[in-house]
Design a protein around this ligand. Structure first.
Ligand code: FAD
Length: 457
């Protein structure tokens, strides 16, 4: 296979004659790994550079009793078709497990089961009319096709209009505040509609929620992808941070890393937009850099508790109580059995927040001490000696804020620097970020890069 530089679309670039182009991919999360997998399949030379010590990105893991566990809770919906197709291609379908899950809400010091539409009938915080209204809203919202009509509305405006104020105050507002904090009133109706659609679509024929997981966790799938990349000659280098780009005569020639320069014919950047803006700052106009910085992001913290007993039977507990400092209590071992982790019960306490918030700045020990009294209030039996071990994970760029007319803020794959391409979770729209869409975006950017550099067999 040779590289044919004579094709018009390649005229901006002059990779080494005869060799396939060398594409450097910044970031070994699911977007970067998928792009690398696709490009190595097509015969490109690919190097993935990952800052962390392992691949996986936000879906990365640590070990509990020798078993990988996500730092931040993860599952798939049954309608996550891109991930399922990839898993099939990797001949790993038998590794995907589908299970029903129990969902609930904590409101006014009470727990309510909300796993199926029938549970709504017993949801006492709403009057009868509003229980019905909420159920009908969930069914109706899933059928909306033309999401562009929602682009000019905030979720708040839309929900108040279609669900009324009681449903908004009891159910939706606390969730929006918990998830988006100071940005809650700015979040677009499109983001909200998509969440209802996705979650509502992941159900069995009785209406109960079904979710999917991978044996060995998401890290095992990331590892499988990494092996497929290596099998085709791609390189994955971890513990290496890209610090800038090398531009000679207005042409990208490589990247600068903390371990030296790596030459490249093309670069695909997958980290968050502010990180990409820093990499390009010295080379592109301030208007362009400003555009990259116009998407805000929230950070996330997850306090992961390894317990010697269970907190409840619920997998996913939405916390609709503004006095509780976490938006979700996710008991992972009510989804993946505790036996996977040597009999330990795994609980995530999750919170999205600006990085300036005290909780984000806390040490691991401080975060635990802060959480315990709140947990005791919610589960009076809970005692500190249930905790076998704990971990406090932080991610600075974990959720782009999808505001009204978000489509206007999304940068295109191509940048003003020829050969430098962007594929990052902030470009996922109208869907919200997730590994399913990271895979789709990785495939898209690989196809796009292929149109720029053609290989001739
Ligand atoms: C709390 C939480 C819960 C989630 N739950 C789910 C879920 O249940 N299901 C689901 O599908 N998705 C979930 N997600 C979303 C999912 O994790 C992400 O959408 C997906 O992993 C993003 O992949 P990515 O490759 O686009 O980005 P990332 O995973 O962010 O990958 C980018 C990579 O770039 C690396 N990097 C950054 N800067 C540099 C640099 N200068 N040099 C080298 N490398 C660099 C980073 O270390 C990172 O590995 C969740 C996310 C969070 C935060």
């Amino acid at each position: 296979m040779t590289f044919n530089p004579s094709l018009p679309s390649t005229s901006k670039f002059s990779p080494t004659q005869g060799n396939p182009p060398h594409i450097v991919i910044i970031g070994g999360g699911f977007t970067g790994l998928t792009a690398a997998y696709e490009l190595t399949r097509k015969g490109y030379r690919v190097t993935v550079l990952e800052r962390d010590k392992e691949v996986g990105g936000l879906a990365g893991s640590f070990e509990v009793n020798g078993q990988p566990l996500e730092k931040f809770y993860h599952h798939w919906f049954t309608n996550d078709k891109y991930v399922m197709a990839l898993v099939e291609e990797l001949e790993a379908q038998d590794q995907v497990i589908y299970r029903p899950t129990r969902t609930g809400i904590y409101y006014a010091n009470n727990f309510f089961k909300l796993s199926s539409p029938l549970d709504l009938l017993t949801f006492k915080p709403l009057n009868w009319f509003n229980r019905l209204r909420l159920g009908l809203f969930a069914l109706w919202a899933r059928r909306i096709k033309n999401w562009r009509k929602l682009e000019s509305l905030t979720a708040k405006e839309w929900l108040l209009k279609v669900c009324g104020s009681q449903v908004y105050r009891v159910v939706w507002e606390p969730l929006l505040r918990g998830k988006f904090g100071p940005f809650a009133d700015q979040v677009s109706a499109v983001w909200f509609w998509n969440k209802v659609k996705l979650r509502g679509g992941s159900r069995n024929k009785d209406g109960a929620e079904m979710l999917a997981y991978y044996r060995g966790g998401f890290a095992a799938l990331a590892q499988k992808l990494a092996e497929a990349i290596a099998f085709r000659g791609g390189q994955i280098k971890t513990n290496i941070t890209v610090e800038g780009v090398i531009v000679e005569s207005d042409r990208l020639t490589g990247v600068k890393t903390n371990q030296g320069i790596i030459e490249a014919d093309g670069v695909i950047a997958t980290p968050a937009l502010p990180i990409i803006a820093d990499l390009l700052d010295d080379h592109l106009s301030s208007d362009y850099i400003q555009k990259l910085r116009s998407v805000d992001y929230l950070a996330n913290v997850c306090l992961v508790l390894q317990l010697n007993r269970s907190l409840s039977e619920t997998y996913w507990l939405n916390v609709n109580d503004p006095n509780f400092p976490f938006v979700g209590v996710i008991e992972h071992t009510n989804f993946e059995p505790k036996e996977t982790y040597g009999g330990q019960h795994i609980v995530y306490l999750s919170k999205y927040l600006p990085e300036s918030e005290t909780l984000y700045q806390m040490s691991d020990q401080e975060a635990l001490n802060y959480a315990i009294p709140h947990l005791k209030r919610m589960f009076p039996e809970f005692s500190r000696d249930w905790i076998i071990d704990y971990h406090f994970w932080r991610a600075r760029y974990s959720q782009p804020i999808v505001v009204r007319h978000y489509s206007r803020l999304i940068p295109s794959h191509e940048t003003p620097l020829p050969g430098f391409y962007i594929s990052t979770m902030a470009q996922i729209y109208p869907e919200d970020r997730g590994t399913n869409y990271a895979i789709r975006e990785g495939q898209k950017i690989a196809s796009f890069v292929e149109t720029q550099y053609r290989l001739v067999k």
